[in-house]
Design a protein around this ligand. Structure first.
Ligand code: ADP
Ligand code: TRP
Length: 322
């Protein structure tokens, strides 16, 4: 079976753009592939220096993913730092990584251009990502567009190593899901934490109502027909509706007699109902945190076995004695 591997950053509350843009695909993939999914907490160190926050975020990311349907019986689900081999591989791969390859990395250049003070980990970030991928012989790496180059760098590093030592590493392919539409935020621009226009998944009902109320619409009067195709509220409702549901809602727009307030109320209900089970699971895991640790330890021990075997082969090839 194809091994699919991806890391999901522990970066705080998830919004419905993250869910429909990334997490949902993962829950679909765990049925059809050998899915490895992990929380790259070492990577988060490049920017986060508050230790307690990082610990909390890591655990919170685990709980969130479990609540949203990552099934530890189907996928290998772990925290990056539980498998120390990845750091050894990171160093070995560094010796096969030309400076120029990293100097060309957009994500590094973009961050520097934005005035973010560069530290070494930000620069060498792609080498650790290569270690994440190559340690497990992943075939496919699903990523957002901004991460394509990192997978290409991974291939380049693997090729350098293989050229010296034979076919040690599997060359991974990236996978960008072109069918996934960009989820719009409250203002119609891409929903993103950095734009402050998100609808978070784990809101309480009152704040959800308030947030949905802020979605920007035009000012067509209540009784007049409305255009659904350009409406942010419709675009968000659509994510939760099947074809029949979409047709029905289109009809309500065309008919007139309902205001945007009604459609927003409908959207709020759709979101609230859709994530009901996830909210209940989250509540459960928050009250049974030891279960979360057990799940992560189980995942880590599955991953560790593979990592240890692979590492032995890599050490032999690179010439690390014992
Ligand atoms: P943010 O922009 O809020 O910081 P991230 O960059 O952390 O989100 O994205 C995490 C994942 O969620 C990525 O795979 C990204 O492609 C996906 N994603 C984020 N926002 C959206 C959106 N508005 N529509 C679709 N997918 C999204
Ligand atoms: N760099 C990825 C991101 O910012 C996260 C990540 C770390 C990752 N290691 C990975 C993704 C390995 C895929 C494979 O989203």
């Amino acid at each position: 079976m194809t091994r699919v591997l991806t890391g999901i950053q522990p970066s705080g509350a998830l919004h419905i753009g993250n869910y429909f843009g990334a997490i949902k695909q993962m829950t679909d993939l765990q049925d059809s592939s050998d899915l490895f999914i992990f929380i790259p907490n070492y990577h988060a160190l490049t920017s986060l220096k508050d230790g307690q926050a990082l610990k909390n975020n890591t655990l919170d990311a685990a709980i969130t993913l479990l609540s949203l349907g990552i099934d530890p019986n189907k996928a290998t689900f772990y925290v990056q730092s539980d498998i120390k081999e990845v750091l050894e591989l990171y160093w070995i791969l560094s010796g096969y990584t030309p400076m120029g390859l990293l100097e060309r990395a957009h994500s590094y250049k973009d961050k520097v251009a934005k005035g973010i003070a560069a530290n070494h980990s930000l620069f060498s970030y792609p080498v650790l990502m290569a270690a994440d991928i190559l340690l497990y012989d992943a075939n496919v790496v699903p990523v957002g567009k901004d991460q394509i180059q990192h997978v290409e760098i991974t291939r380049d590093i693997a090729i350098k190593f293989n050229n010296e030592h034979g076919e040690i590493f599997t060359l991974p392919d990236f996978k960008v899901d072109e069918n996934v539409a960009t989820v719009p935020g409250l203002d119609g621009a891409k929903m993103s934490k950095s734009y402050g226009n998100t609808i978070d998944i784990f809101n309480d009902e009152k704040s959800l109502k308030k947030t949905v109320g802020k979605i920007i619409t035009d000012s067509t009067p209540l009784e007049e027909p409305k255009e659904f195709s350009t409406c942010n509220v419709y675009a968000l409702c659509k994510l939760f509706l099947d074809e029949a549901g979409q047709k029905e809602l289109q009809q309500r727009y065309k008919q007139g007699g309902e205001g945007y307030g009604h459609f927003k109320m409908y959207l709020k209900e759709l979101i609230w109902d859709y994530f009901k089970e996830a909210r209940e699971k989250r509540e459960y895991y928050l009250n049974n945190i030891n279960e979360v640790y057990d799940i992560l330890e189980n995942g880590a021990s599955k991953a560790r076995k593979i990592a240890q075997n692979k590492m032995q082969i890599i050490r032999d090839a690179a010439g690390i004695y014992r």
